[in-house]
Design a protein around this ligand. Structure first.
Ligand code: NAI
Length: 308
């Protein structure tokens, strides 16, 4: 197995670090446009092989995609992150050009790869990748819902006073402060609805905190987060390369599912060796379905910016 991670910045390097520690591939290639950055970070990571006892080889490449040839998975994290006060949507102009050129280059050398899109605004970048590459829809997966769900579980655990790992909770819809939908009705603590532990007001607060979870970190750190984004991306890659068939909320191309078409949006999907295999129907109630339609409208408006 060979995995390429494009973008050796905060999120890309953390993703690669998680991938090598978990030995998800024989070989990982880290690519960046900035001279020396990917080589340096890759060498630093490879020097942890004997300390952390992993056998995955990791190398860096300054924009030479021939080194990525034959990759099974390509993770795209290249692009600018947001600064405090910025929305993910404001990144579109710069990041669309970057993602487009990266997809073109990576595809030349890895025509059979599955593409994982992390760069923001992620829903639109996933849609752009689908249109730009002409690849089958199952091979293009946007990562956002896994991260948002982990934030949802963190805030729920803090409110309930329990371990995050005892919770099941999912965020669907767009990966934006106003477009994501934390599904509080379906969230459970050891199989019991969280509404038995938290009041309606508390649940509302948890959902609100989740939606601005990224912005909260950006304000604190001064740039966007990387530990949880990197771990989320690696978890998605793991389900692909190990064919685990895990169900994760991911941004995928919808063709009638959840009442939407010609859009990439976050829904629960089965993730395996061929990419996303099928959409799981969570049977939303009318309020949730309405929120999903509104989220789709906002993401569609963003996608339309690409065409102008
Ligand atoms: P960063 O600035 O630390 O790293 C980005 C890297 O991309 C830089 O090293 C830069 O040199 C590189 N780059 C720029 N143009 C390139 C090109 N044409 N080819 C190869 N490399 C190129 O940014 P960070 O924090 O790693 O964030 C990366 C992206 O991920 C941002 O767009 C950010 O908004 C997004 N993000 C997405 C999340 C998600 O859940 N989908 C979560 C967190 C961040």
């Amino acid at each position: 197995m060979k995995i390429t991670v494009v973008g050796a910045g905060a999120v890309g390097a953390t993703t690669a670090d998680n991938i090598v520690r978990r030995e998800l591939a024989e070989e990982v290639v880290l690519v960046d446009i900035k001279e020396g950055l990917s080589e340096g970070k890759a060498l630093d990571m490879f020097q942890t092989a004997t300390l952390l006892e992993f056998d995955t080889k990791i190398t860096g490449s300054t924009n030479d995609y021939s080194k990525t040839a034959g990759s099974d998975v390509v993770v795209i994290t290249s692009g600018i992150p947001r600064k405090p006060g910025m929305t993910r949507e404001e990144l579109i102009g710069t990041n669309a050009g970057i993602v487009k050129s990266v997809v073109d280059n990576a595809l030349k050398y890895s025509p059979d790869a599955i593409f994982v899109i992390v760069s923001n605004p992620m829903d639109t970048m996933t849609y752009l990748t689908l249109k730009e590459s002409g690849l089958p829809k199952n091979r293009i997966i946007g990562m956002g819902g896994i991260l948002d769900s982990s934030r949802f579980k963190t805030y729920l655990s803090l409110a309930i006073g329990c371990q995050p790992n005892d919770l099941h909770a999912t965020v669907i819809g767009g990966h934006g402060d106003t477009t994501m939908i934390p599904l509080t009705r379906l969230a459970t603590y050891n199989g019991v609805p969280v509404s038995q532990f938290l009041s309606a007001d508390q649940l509302k607060q948890v959902a609100a905190d989740t939606m601005v979870g990224g912005a909260t970190l950006t304000k604190l750190i001064g740039t966007s987060a990387w530990y949880a984004p990197g771990a989320s991306s690696a978890l998605l890659v793991e389900s692909i390369v190990r064919d685990q068939k895990r169900v994760f909320p991911c941004c995928v191309y919808l063709d009638g599912e959840y009442g939407q078409s010609d859009i990439c949006l976050g829904v629960p999907v089965v993730i395996g060796r061929t990419g996303w295999e099928r959409v799981i129907d969570y049977k939303l109630n009318s309020e949730e379905q309405d929120a999903f339609s509104k989220s789709a409208d906002a993401v569609r408006n963003m996608n339309n910016v690409l065409a102008t």
